[in-house]
Design a protein around this ligand. Sequence first.
Ligand code: NI
Length: 176
Amino acid sequence: MMAMSIRPIIIHPDPRLKKVCAPVPVITDELRRLADDMLETMYDAPGIGLAAPQVGVLKRLVVMDCVKEEGAAPRPMVLFNPEILWASEETNTYEEGCLSIPDQYADVERPAEVKVRWLDRDGKVQEEHFTGLWATCVQHEIDHLNGKLFIDYLKPLKRQMITRKMIKLKREKARA
Ligand code: NI
């Protein structure tokens, strides 16, 4: 087995975070390796979800693990070409964050439950009904594949404020 590696996470604003990503036609070893790297990167950050465009790969792939109970077994999930088949009318509001928008959080309202279909790392079709944090996370990550960020749900003023902070952060990082 090849060693996994942590990949740099792209910080907003960046044109790669605004692109609609391409479906994955065949799951190759290279893509499995990318998924493993993304999980490693996500756990290291730490975060509960990561989408391929956040590491600069414009393909429809997300990883997530929303297990947060202390001592519970991790559940690393790899989702290629995830699709929302059904969303509940009932909504849920979570304070969301994003590894591409560090240290910024805001309430986002989304369907409380979703049914999602995807291909797993072996190319097998999977379906699951997600609730709670998992439902929010999978929708947030699928949004990334469509070039959409959680701040796009906020009022323009708040979004611009966060974007300005990120521009400043990137400038500081570039100087360091
Ligand atoms: Ni995100």
